[in-house]
Design a protein. Structure first.
Length: 105
């Protein structure tokens, strides 16, 4: 599996009190970062760019076979340039081929 995040922003974490009460003391339930391959598109003109960067830094591992971040000159919307859509598609197909071949976990 893999993910695609376009202009992701930082949503507040909501956890029901009943769930929090069952957590052992001192356990960080947000321990660890997401390791699944994820393609992050950030708009350099997006008013929520700061939030998206925080989301990626705090919750995703970056590097080979992990998260890849691109910044394009756009606002808070899905990319409209054909080249941008092609880049996203190429990444997704490449990751999918790796998953099918058993290379990506």
């Amino acid at each position: 599996s893999f993910g695609l995040s376009v202009c992701g922003s930082y949503a507040p974490l909501l956890m029901p009190g009943a769930v929090r009460k069952r957590l052992p003391p001192g356990v960080d339930y947000l321990e660890g970062k997401i390791r699944k391959p994820t393609f992050h598109v950030q708009g350099t003109q997006d008013e929520w760019e700061w939030a998206g960067k925080g989301l990626i830094e705090r919750h995703y591992e970056k590097g080979e076979g992990k998260s890849e971040v691109v910044e394009w000159d756009m606002g808070h919307h899905y990319p409209v340039e054909a080249e941008q859509s092609e880049r996203i598609a190429e990444w997704a197909v490449g990751v999918w081929k790796g998953i099918e071949g058993g290379e990506v976990r």
